[in-house]
Design a protein. Structure first.
Length: 278
């Protein structure tokens, strides 16, 4: 196999990517990397001020990006944004369903005591909104002869976690729907995959000596430290958001042309099993 074939084919010039939750850690890092590879980025978020900051950052670095207001819990907002993006660009090649929410630690509880409003909020944004975004974008992909959908689930979408039934349930559903959509649209040249991040921060900056005793949930009565968390990982640190963006770039590229229906964990070995002796 020649050297040219071995290099990642990440020149995605003029392709259009819709990124929901584009102002978040993973969304913004992915937007930056995709834009640097020639993608025209439609950055969608409910927070206009932060969204515009992310867009300006991409533009200052020579990329092509626009902000679109999208409320993932509102069907009309979703369809209006997706329709406007297609009207502006004339195509949608990549849909990154990245928007998601989780409840604050103080609201976590067993399923019998879980707040109804928090449960429905998680489901509406993480699951129903993702489905609606896909429903809005897929017809445009079908008319263009293909496309690429990348969903953000979670390690909580492949293994259980106590006291977070809504988040876990919504993310398990995203993992399952990813596989179903891949089976439904593979014949139409639409690939569908998902990334399942573990604990992720803006950068790879964990220092056990300086950060090990730092509280994972500051401002709450939960005593867990960063050391308590990373001791569960084979790679003993949280991920940096660029490590998620790199996988997004691969899945968006032609090198992943035979990859569909996959849920890929990026978790430092968290879900591989126990990392210590017992």
């Amino acid at each position: 196999m020649g050297a040219d074939r071995m290099r990642l084919r990440a020149d995605l010039k003029d392709r259009v990517a819709v990124i929901t939750g584009g102002s978040g850690i993973i969304g913004s890092s992915s937007a930056n990397l995709l834009a640097a590879s020639g993608v025209r980025v439609a950055l969608c978020d409910i927070r206009e001020d932060v969204g515009m900051e992310r867009v300006e950052h991409i533009r200052k670095n020579g990329g092509d990006a626009r902000y679109y207001h999208l409320d993932q819990s509102d069907k009309q907002s979703i369809h209006s944004a997706i329709d406007q993006i297609h009207a502006d660009y004339g195509r949608i090649d990549i849909l990154m369903n990245n928007a998601g929410v989780n409840i604050s630690p103080q609201f976590r509880a067993p399923i019998t005591r879980f707040h109804d409003d928090k449960y429905h909020w998680n489901m509406d944004v993480n699951l129903h909104g993702l489905v609606e975004c896909s429903r809005a974008a897929i017809p445009y992909m079908l008319s263009a002869g293909g496309g690429n959908i990348i969903n953000t689930t979670s390690i909580c979408g492949v293994t259980g976690l106590r006291l977070q039934c809504a988040f876990v349930g919504s993310k398990f559903a995203v993992s399952a729907i990813t596989r179903s959509m891949a089976l439904e649209y593979g014949k139409d040249n639409i690939r569908v995959n998902a990334i399942a991040p573990g604990s992720t921060g803006p950068s790879i900056s964990y220092d056990p000596e300086k950060d090990g005793d730092r509280l994972f949930y500051p401002g709450t009565d939960m005593p867990y430290t960063m050391r308590d968390l990373v001791d569960n990982f084979a790679i003993e640190r949280p991920a940096g958001s660029d490590e998620m963006a790199g996988l997004i770039l691969y899945l968006a590229s032609d090198d992943a042309s035979y990859t569909t229906g996959q849920v890929i964990c990026v978790d430092g070995g968290w879900t591989a099993g126990f990392s210590g002796d017992y």
